[in-house]
Write a protein that binds this ligand. Structure first.
Ligand SMILES: Cc1cc2nc3c(=O)[nH]c(=O)nc-3n(C[C@H](O)[C@H](O)[C@H](O)COP(=O)(O)OP(=O)(O)OC[C@H]3O[C@@H](n4cnc5c(N)ncnc54)[C@H](O)[C@@H]3O)c2cc1C
Length: 558
């Protein structure tokens, strides 16, 4: 187990290392050269140097036994430094995940110990040229090699595409079809018949090595079949999705904040029309505040999922999908807005936000695209809606209404509006059988993610007010600012669910036009509109906090 103090120290050494070795100039140069700094990646993974991998390996194999919350904190920090390097370092954890969840005790001992003690780098080989979002379409095969009636090994044949660390890893976990179905195999570099292509020339994360792999009858001994039983591969991959998606969610969060943390100070110095941009409401309330709010909504969700995984609630795939979807979409929007916030300078390589924006783009593609996340979220919660006869989100809303009575300032009432409206939209969709339209199914996924995040943020704000936040949690904002952030997001979520919900139900022909006023009322649209009262004042307050003017604001308000 890692204590809050140890985690803090580890994050501090990471920051200090980055300050010394990974200046903006160095990162920009490596990006332009399209080069993965292997020495830096190895330094970060060496047990006698930074040893980041030790944080993730269980103590029994020589690691420090970090949990999901630690993983989130480290991933956010790594992404703030550079998302390409973060991808390289964290690919080892992705690569070793099938081992962590599915390997035999002997396999775990060998491979996890090697990661801890030797700092070997792993790659995770699932995707193929023809099998991306649909892994079931994989074509790589693992043919049994039988001697004296016994399986002594497998011959792997096929191709993998877009594999992080593909050209630099020491070992690979590779998904291949056995006669009993998809299975993971562990393969070392330099194995006969195994080759990798040159690194891909990518849009972003150019400091990460991404390469295609080829297997031409590559022999692996039988003890390299993860878990020793064929056909477990897709289950093993599923078992870690909650966790791995949380890692990528934290990447989106860290990269998004890294962009905003350049735009915010820039805007205090850039004078236009006689005053700094930071004092222009039309600038801060469009480019900065909404992005801060959405990132913090995603953070609240990430923290809840991490705590629930650490409490042993299982793999939480849907929740991992919501965390990834919200954090990575918010990270992308924040980086995009940061380019705009720097104007012409933002559009150049020198000011970094352009690089961050290219880098963070990958987070809405790898580990499942945003569209696949929408589908995953929607399908699962649709079942919850059906099983509870439409009460699932009404029940969640009622919990938030109860929270509102004890904490009236955290936006729980507006989050409840979002959840009630969601329940109504889903019920309308059920009655009119609208999920036969794939677009409606996926749009529901988006609305679900917004409404659930509003609930998480209200709960996080309550915990903050009660001084009960996880001791490892980020405390950039105090309770008052956190509550204002929560109110802003809850208003947005309520409006989005209600208006978009109406749009899709009406747009898919789910009701007659004479019924639209009744639907607006059942979704609580007038109340959602009234709840926007106070929005600008909350945005002013958050802007004041971000720019260190909060005290002045409070004095004026008093
Ligand atoms: C830089 C980089 C690093 C990567 N690292 C790794 C790695 O280490 N290991 C690994 O195994 N993989 C890795 N990947 C692969 C990555 O996970 C896949 O690219 C991703 O899952 C999408 O698959 P695809 O590229 O085949 O796109 P496709 O699945 O072809 O999707 C193309 C588009 O269609 C949409 N789409 C797909 N299916 C549906 C559907 N049923 N309904 C509606 N829309 C749909 C998608 O959302 C997307 O917008 C990496 C990719 C990149 C670019």
């Amino acid at each position: 187990m890692i204590t809050a103090k140890t985690l803090k120290l580890s994050l501090k050494s990471l920051r200090e290392f980055a300050k010394k070795r990974l200046s903006d100039e160095t990162l920009i140069e490596l990006d332009a050269r399209d080069e993965c700094p292997l020495d830096i990646v190895r330094h970060m993974c060496s047990p006698d140097k930074l040893g980041i991998q030790l944080l993730f390996i269980p103590e029994e194999y020589g690691g420090m036994g970090g949990n999901a919350f630690d993983v989130y904190c480290v991933c956010e920090e790594m992404a703030r430094i550079d998302l390409g390097i973060a991808t390289s370092v964290l690919a080892t954890f992705l690569g070793s995940d099938p081992i962590t969840v599915g390997a035999t005790p002997e396999q775990k001992k060998v491979w996890l110990t090697r990661i801890a003690e030797e700092g070997i780098l792993f790659a995770y080989g699932a995707t193929e040229p023809e099998a991306g979002s649909d892994l079931g379409a994989l074509r790589t095969t693992a043919e049994r090699v039988i001697e004296d009636g016994k399986i002594v090994g497998y011959k792997i044949t096929g191709n993998k595409q877009w594999i992080s660390n593909g050209g630099i890893a020491d070992a690979y976990t590779v998904l291949a079809n056995t006669p009993a179905g998809p299975s993971w195999f562990i393969l070392e570099k330099d194995t006969k018949g195994f080759t990798h292509d040159k690194p891909e020339d990518k849009h972003g994360i150019r400091l990460s090595n991404t390469a295609a792999l080829a297997f031409d009858s590559v022999f692996v001994p039988a003890d390299r079949l993860v878990g020793g039983v064929e056909g477990q591969g897709l289950n093993q991959a599923q078992a870690v999705f909650g966790y791995t998606r949380l890692m990528v969610a934290a990447f989106g969060l860290g990269a998004g904040w890294s962009a905003l943390d350049r735009a915010i100070p820039y805007s205090t110095k850039r004078i236009q029309a006689g005053a700094p941009l930071s004092e222009k409401q039309g600038y801060t309330h469009k480019l900065i505040v909404p992005n801060v709010v959405r990132l913090e909504a995603a953070r609240a969700y990430i923290e809840e999922v991490a705590e629930r995984i650490d409490d042993g609630e299982g793999s939480l795939n849907t929740e991992g999908a919501i965390a990834k979807y919200m954090a990575t979409e918010a990270g992308n929007a924040a980086a995009e807005a940061s380019i705009q916030a720097l104007g012409g300078y933002g559009y150049t390589h020198e000011y970094m936000v352009e690089k961050i924006s290219r880098d963070v783009r990958i987070t809405i593609i790898y580990e499942g695209t945003s569209e696949i996340m929408e589908m995953t979220i929607s399908r699962d919660r649709w079942q919850s809606h059906l099983k509870t006869r439409g009460q699932y989100y009404h029940d969640e809303a009622k919990k938030l209404e109860a929270l509102h009575t004890s904490h009236p300032d955290v936006g729980a009432d507006m989050a409840a509006q979002a959840l009630h409206a969601l329940a109504e939209v889903m019920e309308k969709a059920r009655i009119a059988r609208l999920t036969r339209y794939q677009h409606i199914l996926l749009r529901l996924g988006e609305l679900i993610a917004y409404a659930e995040c509003a609930g998480s943020l209200a709960r996080r704000s309550t915990r903050m007010a009660e001084n009960k936040l996880n001791e490892k949690a980020n405390r950039r904002f105090d309770a008052a600012a956190q509550a204002a952030i929560s109110r802003i997001f809850a208003r947005e979520a309520a409006l989005k669910v209600t208006e978009d919900g109406l749009r899709w139900v009406i747009g898919a022909g789910g009701m007659k036009d004479t019924e639209s006023s009744a639907l607006e009322a059942s979704l609580g649209l007038p109340a959602v509109h009234r709840a926007q009262t106070g929005l600008i004042s909350d945005m002013d307050y958050v802007a004041d906090v971000l720019y260190g003017r909060a005290v002045k604001h409070q004095q004026v308000a008093a």
